[in-house]
Write a protein that binds this ligand. Sequence first.
Ligand SMILES: CC(C)(COP(=O)(O)OP(=O)(O)OC[C@H]1O[C@@H](n2cnc3c(N)ncnc32)[C@H](O)[C@@H]1OP(=O)(O)O)[C@@H](O)C(=O)NCCC(=O)NCCS
Length: 199
Amino acid sequence: MKNRLPLTFCLHGDRITLRAPRVTDAGDVLAVRHRSRAFLGPWIPMMAPEDDHLRSCKAQIRHQRNQWRNDQAYALVVADRRTDRFIGRVTFTEVVRSVFQNAALGYWIDVEYAGRGLMSEALSLALGVAFGSMGLHRAQAAIRPHNVASLALARRCGLRREGLAARFLFIDGEWADHEIYAITAEEWSRPQLAHGRGG
Ligand SMILES: CC(C)(COP(=O)(O)OP(=O)(O)OC[C@H]1O[C@@H](n2cnc3c(N)ncnc32)[C@H](O)[C@@H]1OP(=O)(O)O)[C@@H](O)C(=O)NCCC(=O)NCCS
């Protein structure tokens, strides 16, 4: 499958920019991850603090760029539109083509930027890219049942609950149950089904 989204991809929203990851983001990514560790830890996989340094961060970004080139995963950087600096991520990983055209959806934001509607803007734009240039048909998020911010965000962006996956991911030291939320291209292109999307 030919990659449909070039690494030069860049999309501006009102307050955020979506773009491909660059090795020069590594310092900002690391600083954001360090100050957000307690905020992110209960919800997403975290690197051990001793492994989370500039060298590993640069290697991770190189890996993300390779995966992007190979149509395996798209780790979209959410940047502050004014400064173009990294403030978070929306990821479409485990991309499967052929009759599935599906990806796992993940997202997180710098604790200092949280709760201002920025991820609502970023995710809404990112889903447009996923069902547009990326050519996906379905995106699926796995959310811990008490992650109220993520559940609200998913619903706001039009994702629909599919069910509970027991002991789905090893997060924060345990095999944690997750709510599966998903959205398909048909739902995305029919605003009446995606209640409250955008904004
Ligand atoms: C989930 C997350 C990305 C949301 O990002 P954000 O930029 O703060 O989200 P927004 O400000 O756009 O808000 C989205 C919705 O969540 C609600 N929300 C945000 N923070 C909240 C909080 N701490 N408690 C309750 N609701 C919250 C907002 O009110 C909004 O709901 P609404 O649409 O009903 O008004 C962010 O909280 C985060 O990074 N959390 C840690 C990592 C994580 O959980 N990732 C997802 C794993 S499934």
